[in-house]
Ligand binder design. Structure first.
Ligand SMILES: NC(=O)c1ccc[n+]([C@@H]2O[C@H](COP(=O)([O-])OP(=O)(O)OC[C@H]3O[C@@H](n4cnc5c(N)ncnc54)[C@H](OP(=O)(O)O)[C@@H]3O)[C@@H](O)[C@H]2O)c1
Length: 320
């Protein structure tokens, strides 16, 4: 039997690189794996994972997908990790945010194949929620309050309308180690660590909450979905909040980093999100808790221990 083809779109990003590593670590590497990049060919990544095929594509225009078809073929599974993922960049250029974050060019390309049986795993965000209450589940109304959230919600609608097999993962903030080829954007834990290590006082919100999720747990969720879809051979139409079990404010995140890394907690200054004059970031941070919704198939339970990386386990719930 031929190996299933997995295409990671946005394989050079933070999650994309961790996913490529995770897929490559599976015993016997049971998939043919390719990934896309946009800016530049990631030499470090290709050096570390030489069995991967890399293709340059532009999600805005669709340029490059024909080359993927010619050299890799039709993917069985696509994991879309590509995005303009920094909310401030989306506010500055909403047109680009929508044209990259809503994967219409990718979708048109995939739907051009005759046999259309592709599983489309799409990364979304907790920022599709308004963030004015605690404990969101997937049935809650989506009211994005920024361009990033609006573009991600439009992407969800596109994916769920166009594909008969899909999983949409609304992830909370993702943390973990740096990637093989370091990503240009600042990473939350590393940024807090670097700033506090300089001995500078920094302001953090005490009244905005997220449920940070360890990157390798997100990778495990994706790999589990891929394996399940292949082994069960059933239609998958899944919408899932993905977050860690701990509801923490920015202050608590900073305090945790300070405690583990031995920085002075007195450097952490508590401010209210409402004191922030730049409203781009206000009202965004709804907290996503572990999913107890029995309509969802998978529940992610993560324990964040102070002295080691979080352990993760998955419980399978039956659908109603
Ligand atoms: N990181 C988080 O905390 C977090 C939280 C919730 C949800 N998410 C979502 O999870 C996904 C992955 O996030 P991430 O943090 O890994 O993102 P990231 O590090 O910003 O990576 C973005 C990826 O998108 C690619 N890309 C950007 N513009 C493109 C274009 N015009 N055409 C093709 N590719 C393009 C980039 O390619 P180049 O590097 O080659 O430019 C890169 O591979 C995103 O959908 C994001 O919205 C992330």
């Amino acid at each position: 039997m031929r190996k299933k083809k997995v295409l990671v779109v946005g394989g050079t990003g933070y999650l994309g690189q961790h996913l490529l590593s995770g897929l490559s670590e599976i015993d016997g590497v049971p998939y043919d794996i390719a990934f896309t990049y946009h800016s530049f060919a990631p030499e470090d990544l290709l050096g570390a994972l030489p069995h991967l095929l890399a293709f340059q594509v532009d999600l805005k225009s669709g340029q490059g997908f024909d080359t993927v078809a010619e050299n890799f073929g039709q993917p069985d599974i696509v994991v879309n990790c590509a995005a303009i993922s920094v909310p401030r960049a989306c506010e500055i250029d909403p047109v680009s945010a929508f044209s990259v974050n809503v994967p219409t060019a990718l979708g048109t390309w995939l739907l051009s194949f005759e046999g259309r049986n592709t599983l489309f795993i799409h990364l979304s965000t907790d920022q599709v929620y308004e963030g004015v209450k605690s404990f969101y589940n997937e049935e809650n109304e989506t009211i994005p309050v920024n361009v990033y959230g609006k573009s991600k919600l439009a992407a969800e609608q596109y994916v769920s309308e166009k594909f008969s097999n899909f999983a949409i993962l609304r992830s909370s903030i993702i943390f973990g180690p740096q990637t093989i080829s370091p990503v240009p954007k600042s990473l939350p834990v590393q940024w807090i660590d670097a700033t506090l290590s300089e001995g500078r006082e920094v302001e953090f919100f005490h009244d905005e909450f997220r449920c940070p999720v360890y990157v390798k747990d997100v990778v495990n969720v994706i790999i589990t979905l891929i394996k399940t879809w292949i082994s069960e051979g059933k239609q998958m139409q899944l919408l899932l909040n993905v977050g860690g079990p701990n509801r923490v404010s920015r202050v608590e995140m900073a305090e945790t980093v300070a405690e583990i890394r031995g920085h002075k907690k007195s450097l952490i200054k508590r401010v209210s999100a409402s004191s922030e004059t730049d409203k781009i970031y206000s009202g965004l941070f709804g907290d996503i808790v572990q999913n107890e919704n029995l309509e969802s198939q998978w529940v992610l339970v993560i324990r964040w221990q102070k002295d080691q990386r979080p352990g993760a386990q998955y419980k399978k719930w039956s659908c109603k």
